[in-house]
Ligand binder design. Sequence first.
Ligand code: F6P
Length: 356
Amino acid sequence: MKVGILTSGGDCPGLNSVIRAIGKHLINSRPDIEIYGISDGYAGLINGEYHRMRAEDFSGILNVGGTILGTSRQPFKQMTLPENGTSRLQRMVENYKKFGFDCVFTLGGAGTHKTAGLLYAEGCNVIGLPKTIDNDIYGTDVTFGFHSALDIATECIDRLHTTAASHGRTIFVEIMGNKVGWLTLYAGVAGGADIILIPEIPFNLECVAAALRRRIEGGKPFNIVAVAEGAVLDSEAPFKKKERAFARRELRETTVTAHLAEWVQENVGVETRVVVPGHIQRGGSPSAYDRLLSTQLGSVAAGLCLKGRFGVTVAVINGEVTYNALTEVAGRTKFVPKENQTIKAARNIGVSFGDV
Ligand code: F6P
């Protein structure tokens, strides 16, 4: 049996822990198995770049961040576009068949799953694994990488508290997540942010100002505002993402955070600062939680492969590690529901979401 493993899209902590679990489980069960590491995500499958992985390659990587296989972003839309008489999808299918793979494990986020769905429809056996710090993959309670990023983002907010308090400043911390607000919501609550702004709840400048004034009048001269990369003003909300991006480009801004901080400084009269932890949230060693989760997900994926169950993606559903059909989840996004319990709890303790 010949299997391939690839990691696609933005990296995150836990990728190597999953690779390790898949490799060790397969080798323990089928010592004659041939495992190949596909380089740089789907790019390696498109270009036929893979290398044999031996037992020793799966050792010593449990706590190593990033991905030993390399990764790249291959936009879904480009997969089926004609290029010199063929398409990237066709090249992947040809390489899969030519090389004689029996299965390819695709570790990635929403886009990776959509492409995995195309491969499966073309007769390639695929098993997906839900990776992303954004936690936005539909059909799973949690994705690997999310909790590590949450720990880092929370620590950033913790550290900002002391400096904001010392100077009496309002600090805006921009948390990753351009489509969904899971990371900002969880890190905001865990870090004790006073205002949390997420893409799912468009915010109003005057509501943010009122929340800041309430706190200041209540005797707290400093504030922490957790802003998701994808947070939107209520005035921007009716527009499509592309139109918003265009308008922001005109202002030389990709996110709303700097504009918001400037507006608050002028209109509320507090000193503001903007902090963008950026890719620090994606780097480094996986947390203990992610090492456990990755080991469980990787092992279940290996088990599915040995049973010949393909066209699926491994998932955690109500705390149990199981799987979904790719056709059911690929292309769908798990947004933060407005009635989410963490949002409710945060509102009940006085956190503002900038909407009322
Ligand atoms: O998809 C994960 C994510 O971390 C998003 O939250 C973020 O907007 C994006 O990746 C940035 O990715 P990159 O800089 O690698 O293109």
